[in-house]
Write a protein of this length. Sequence first.
Length: 635
Amino acid sequence: MRNAFRSLLVQSLSRIPSNSSRIQSPNLHLVLRRSLLPCSHGSFLPSNPRVRSFSSDPALDWDGRDQALVEIFSKPIGSGEIEAELEATKLSLDHEALNSVLRSVYDRPEIARKVFDWVLEKQNRVLSSKSYNLMLGILGSDGDSERFWGSVEIMKKKGYGISKGAYLKALDGFNKKGMEKDSDLLKTMYFLNSHENVVVRACPRVCKILREFNETEEVFKNLDDLEISLPSDLVVAVLDRICSDQKKALTFFRWAEGKPSFRVDGSVYNALARVCGREDCMEEFRIILQRMRNEGYGMEKETYVKVSHRFYNRKMIVEAVELFEFAMHGSEKPQHSDLLLLLRKIAVSKDLDMDLVSKAVRVYKNAGQSVKGSVFSGVLKSLASVGKLGGCSEVLKAMEVGGFVPDVTIHNQVVIGLCNAGELDKALEYLDGMEKSGHTADTKSWVSLIQKHCKAGELDKGLSCLHKMVDIRGGENVGSPIEVLVNSYCHNNKFDTALKTLKEMVVKKQVQPWHCTYKFLIEKLISQGKLREASSLLGLMKTHGFPPYIDPFIGYFSKSGTVDDAMVFLKAMTVQEFPSKTVFLRMFETLLKAGRHEVAYDLLSKSPGSVRNHADVLDLFYSMKPEEADLAVAL
């Protein structure tokens, strides 16, 4: 069967004269609103065995049945509830019933839409050209332009045309509502495309013959008996309608190309491509594409989208790239979004083929298009979704081979991608390569690398990266990586190492940590009882112009700490010769409120005379309770 099928196509295509004339005049019906709705082949979809086929109920007269049906569809209920009510009342919506109901709700378009949509979902085989035309009249009268033209496009795909009655009703509705553009478009389609009537009448008859007869001779004889002309629109309509049966589609084409009234043009080639663009017809498909190229025809957008998605669904990535390459030579070239989709499909394929990545980019670039950075960003997301982020640098390299020129933002995305994939050594190597090539990595890339090392418990490597970053970038804007490293040391209970690292970076590397980093480390050191170490940070804060952070110290002395500890803290707070009287006052107040009178007295005795004789300090001590008077007397 397969060999016979291939032989049939090859024979058919071989008899197409290479100098076949082309139809140059535009087909307005195809051009106007081509992209409103996708192609629909509802009448050829297999019926759903779970949906009951309704027939009319003889127990009801026509008027009563229509009224009952309208009442059901007038209720604010969903699709499933409608079906349940129809079953409960033994009502049906066959072809005649549907058309009768549509006539009865002509002035109630919202009900008509609900009825039609339900039938389209549940019983689309009862829809006929008459049903569609009744609905067109309702939509046109209501001025529903978008749905009207969408329905016209669906009818076109089914081989249905606009009836005179639907035309007149819709035209009247458009005129009444002042919709001049829609009115003019409708007139153009109806009058200037009179040959469409041939398609409307002939397409269903041709398809019926192809469905009913299997032998080629019988098919040819019955088609000859139709005595119809063969405009390319009719051939395309038939091929699209029976595209699921390649053998019969090619049998029809073989018959058509033998008729003197038929000429193969680009639209026919595209219809054939849509028929054969599938896994089991690739040899035939390539023959069609070769003939298209030889004849100078390009691939239509509709054909590219339909066939490429079919290839994607079947994991035919090599074939998808070949299709992309062919389409890029036509007038309707794939767009930026098509390139992105293709690269993402390559990225998530089982075997990530870098040659295909390069080829796709090269084809797009050679067609005069510019590959945007957002394409690589999209590919990164796809790599992440399948756990292949570790290969992001190879993907970028393959894109560069194809002609993509990344900027520093793209390079930084690669570094972060490698870090997220756990490829930390590769990330550092990539960073080194960036610097050597003149690209300066941003802080976010370095922070990501240091964070990942710290998260992995590799604090020494994190510190090494921090030193390398400072050596390359200098001491500016490195507060974030220092914060990361200090936090990680503290999280691992390495408080002394955190203090040492911060001091070395400030003193030896002349960097400036964030204010919050100082505050965080002071709190951690004090919580470990390391008051002297914490006090040593106050001087560094002062060199950077940060206000001293004394709250943790005051809190500490309310519970513990010696006079010597307090003096260390106070000396660290020195501005000129000694801290301000305000700091002393807070310290005395805290000690006295906490009941640490002895420490307060000792601290006062070691304070400068200017502090001991300060009125606020004396008032504070003399305001003690009577039981504390012994201390006051001593003073």
